[in-house]
Ligand binder design. Structure first.
Ligand SMILES: Nc1ncnc2c1ncn2[C@@H]1O[C@H](COP(=O)(O)OP(=O)(O)O)[C@@H](O)[C@H]1O
Ligand SMILES: [Mg+2]
Length: 349
């Protein structure tokens, strides 16, 4: 198969996926594919990634190095265009924007914080000047921008750094100033790619708390990418990416007991993608020796997954008394799961 054919097929598949997936969400990634081609070698950095982010959320995206996190953020920030799929942020369709719209989008809708502090702030300007700079470009009067710069630095807890240049601040202070710079023109969404990647644990904590404050006090939707799994303590929702797809999520909720005491409960979820695929954690697969074919059974309230082993003779247990460690008999009546290839999403794969 030639490269052009495979790209065409991917686009065709993405086009067929119409419907209302993600209506109402602020950020919609629907079956995103990004293929890099260098020297004849194809790298699939995003392999059909689905992600929805609601307005006002603070979401962390975690994953091993090379899992596609930066590729995703480059797409969402309008720097890169995916190979196939659908991606929308607010009213902006990032697949079909013109170059001019792309500039508008980057100026008005989104702000960014990068891992390298030098990429975020100008070395010869003070913090206050750095934060005021994007506002000056946007034509805001001097008084108004000085006032807003001071307010933003205060919100991030670095008001005391207003008159310092980057070289006079720690890495964590610089990154918090960088967050203020990114917020200067009041974007709806803030993207941060490994903002704590060059910081120690204690300083990382301050930067992540800074993002949380921004989310809570200014209402900015925040998407932060990190390889640091400890981030989930700072956010309500952590999405894990594996091999260019969202694979699992941890959601933290505050639980109030009957006596009024509050505790935070973290629950882990697997992500069912639009084609109905779900990734089973490696430890589950290893424990039950799940490889290749597995049996699925539809129960009244859930779906069970069984290793593909010969069904033991039914013996003394009657059909009604199937023990918990025995799969359902594979009779026609129990084949509750449609045969492969018969679901509309999977047709043609
Ligand atoms: N410009 C590029 N050209 C070729 N391959 C790339 C390029 N950028 C990223 N990749 C590849 O895409 C995959 C995902 O990369 P990336 O999104 O940077 O991952 P992460 O940020 O999670 O470490 C990796 O295999 C990486 O080598
Ligand atoms: Mg990266």
């Amino acid at each position: 198969m030639t490269v052009t054919e495979s790209l065409g097929a991917l686009e065709e598949r993405a086009r067929r996926r119409t419907g209302t997936f993600g209506d109402g969400a602020l950020i919609v990634c629907d079956s995103l594919v990004r293929i890099y081609q260098s020297e004849g070698v194809e790298v699939q950095a995003l392999q059909g990634l689905d992600l929805l982010v609601e307005s006002g959320e603070l979401v962390a995206i975690v994953g091993a190095s090379g899992s596609g996190k930066s590729t995703l953020l480059a797409v969402l920030s309008g720097l890169d265009v995916p190979t196939a799929g659908r991606v929308r942020v607010g009213p902006w369709d990032l697949m079909s924007m013109t170059a001019r719209q792309r500039v508008d989008y980057r100026r008005s809708m989104v702000g960014f914080v990068w891992q390298q502090t030098a990429r975020n702030i100008v070395p010869y300007l003070t913090s206050a000047e750095n934060v005021a700079f994007p506002m000056a470009l946007a034509g805001m009067p001097r008084r108004a921008r000085e006032k807003r710069a001071a307010e933003l630095l205060d919100v991030l807890g670095v008001g005391y750094c207003a008159d310092r240049r980057p070289a006079q601040m720690s890495g964590g202070e610089q990154q918090r100033v960088a967050i203020a710079v990114a917020l200067a023109n009041s974007p709806e969404v803030l993207f941060a790619d490994e903002p704590t990647g060059e910081l120690d644990t204690a300083t990382s904590h301050d930067v992540l708390e800074g993002l949380r404050t921004v989310n809570r006090e200014l209402g900015t939707t925040v998407v932060v990418v990190t390889h640091d799994a400890g981030v989930s303590e700072h956010v309500q929702r952590t999405v894990a990416i594996r091999d260019g797809r969202t694979s699992s999520e941890v959601v933290r909720r505050t639980h109030t007991a009957e006596d009024g005491t509050e505790s935070v409960v973290a629950e882990e979820y697997a992500v069912l993608d639009r084609a109905g695929r779900v990734q089973l954690p490696r430890e589950y697969r290893q424990t039950l020796d799940l490889v290749g074919r597995v049996r699925l059974a539809l129960e009244s309230s859930h779906v069970s997954v069984w290793p593909d082993r010969p069904t033991p003779p039914r013996g003394p247990h009657g059909p009604q008394t199937r023990p918990h460690d025995e799969p359902p008999a594979h009779t026609g009546r129990h084949a509750a799961v449609p045969a492969p290839g018969t679901t509309d999403e999977e047709a043609g794969r």
